[in-house]
Design a protein around this ligand. Structure first.
Ligand code: SF4
Length: 451
């Protein structure tokens, strides 16, 4: 077996934005790929890779345990890192034998075994917590969650130029700051190379991407792209993985990406937070891309891309929402036939402009409207899912165990949408994409058989 020892060096022009992690990668090419995965995740979270021991806040040693000589070399490397730096996390093949490591080096900070990327990253969090950067991090400091290996969130911008009256995000995070397309795509490509099969594009307002930088051009794979929603979808469509668009406002240019969805370049899925349908309420909410003919537009999109799933969220009981406004919303739901919907009762958030609006809705009315809304949407969602019974669809495996497989279809984003419970003899690993035949449905989930 060919053995490679790699000390990872930071490039000179890498911006110093976060805590620094030193990395010693010992062993074969599989270990090197593991190192790349760990480094990718750490870079995504804002850590910097230190070029030397003394510049690092913590050092990871990815060990090899294949031969006695490799074990000895790994133990020596741990010792050297401890002497030079003091805070050392051990991972890799030798990590499967913690007693051997502890006997020689009782002061190592943490030990994890081979392929335990998540545990290594958790250990780094404990050793030196990630630094929150309000301009770069969409996930708040207290809420960082590591996604499973097969999907990843891709943040394209931060902040928001809108001023919805119920929302304080622009106050907290400022105006829109878009990342250059080349930078977003470099990250997306690295994620795909490290095994990610599904990219979830996130921001506060995805379809406004690039407005702040006047759609500045940048290069990716020798082609010039504008930092623009359409160009971004085109580039992401080149990666050959599932790409799911979240937080899209229905600006007119959104129509241009529907054919890309029909061609299978981008998942036929749009997460559009409509929040309401009544023009009066939408005006009071100061919602962007507020149009009266949205339901017809959705029908047109479905004409072009029949498999399109539309997900949305709504607020009931917004100040000034009358019975007529609410009835309008229910009728609109009947017309729009959305697939996936979440609903919240209005909350009078501190510092939100909507606090000053008149005619706040009593709590019991909000409650009653919320129940009626949910009942209506459950009927629509159940009917739409029933129509899938008998169809053959693609699903991505999230969990595979003795009792079966938990997967998601193209219509299901992780955490917020439904699941597909698959039966069958095989146990494919998470991230595999399978063809299944849908056998049953309830209001949210499907059951299916593996083909
Ligand atoms: S679009 Fe509206 S709700 Fe969304 S972040 Fe911007 S201001 Fe807040």
């Amino acid at each position: 077996m060919k053995k490679q020892n790699t000390i990872v060096k930071t490039q000179k022009n890498t911006p110093k934005i976060g805590p620094k992690v030193g990395f010693v990668s010992l062993g074969c090419s599989k270990a090197l790929v593991d190192s790349e995965r760990i480094l990718t995740q750490l870079k995504v979270e804002g850590y910097d890779i230190a070029p030397s021991y003394d510049g690092a806040d913590v050092v990871i040693v990815n060990t090899c345990g294949f031969l006695d000589s490799a074990r000895e070399e790994s133990l020596d490397a741990i010792g050297e890192a401890l002497n030079e730096n003091g805070k050392v996390i051990v991972t890799g093949c030798l990590g499967a034998e913690p007693d051997v490591i502890k006997a020689r080096h009782p002061n190592v900070f943490a030990i994890t075994g081979p392929h335990q990327y998540e545990s290594v990253v958790s250990a780094v969090h404990k050793a030196v917590p990630p630094q929150h950067d309000p301009y770069l991090d969409l996930v708040p400091k207290q809420g960082i969650k590591l996604t499973p290996r097969h999907y990843a969130y891709l943040k394209i911008s931060e902040g928001c130029n809108n001023r919805c009256s119920f929302c304080i995000i622009p106050k907290l995070r400022g105006d829109l700051v878009s990342r250059p397309l080349g930078e977003v795509m470099a990250e997306a490509e690295t994620l795909v190379q490290s095994g990610v099969k599904e990219l979830l594009v996130i921001s506060q307002d995805t379809s406004a991407y690039g407005i702040d930088v006047k759609y500045a051009e940048s290069k990716w794979r020798d082609k010039t792209y504008r930092s623009k929603f359409y160009d971004l979808c085109q580039a992401l469509g080149e990666l050959g993985v599932w790409t799911r668009l979240h937080y899209v406002y229905p600006y007119p240019h959104v129509d241009q990406v529907i054919p890309m969805m029909a061609q299978g370049k981008i998942l036929p899925y749009l997460d559009i937070p409509f929040q309401h349908a009544s023009p009066n309420v939408l005006r009071a909410m100061k919602r962007p891309a507020n149009q009266e003919k949205t339901a017809e537009r959705i029908q047109n999109w479905r004409g072009i891309c029949p498999d399109l799933t539309v997900r949305s969220t709504f607020i009931v009981g917004f100040p000034g929402e009358t019975d007529q406004d609410f009835e309008f919303l229910l009728q609109w739901l009947d017309q729009a036939q959305l697939d996936r919907v979440g609903c919240f009762k209005y909350e009078n958030v501190e510092h939100a402009a909507s606090r000053a609006l008149e005619n706040h809705v009593p709590e019991e009315v909000k409650e009653e409207r919320w129940h009626r809304f949910m009942q209506k949407q459950q009927e629509i969602s159940a009917k739409r899912l029933q129509e899938k019974i008998g169809q053959t669809i693609d699903v991505i495996v999230d969990e595979s165990g003795p009792n079966g497989i938990v997967a998601r279809s193209k219509s299901d984003a992780p955490d917020v949408d439904g699941k597909v419970y698959v039966t069958g003899k095989k146990r494919p690993l998470p991230g595999h994409i399978l063809k299944v035949k849908v056998t049953g449905a309830d209001e949210y989930d499907l059951t299916a058989e593996m083909l």
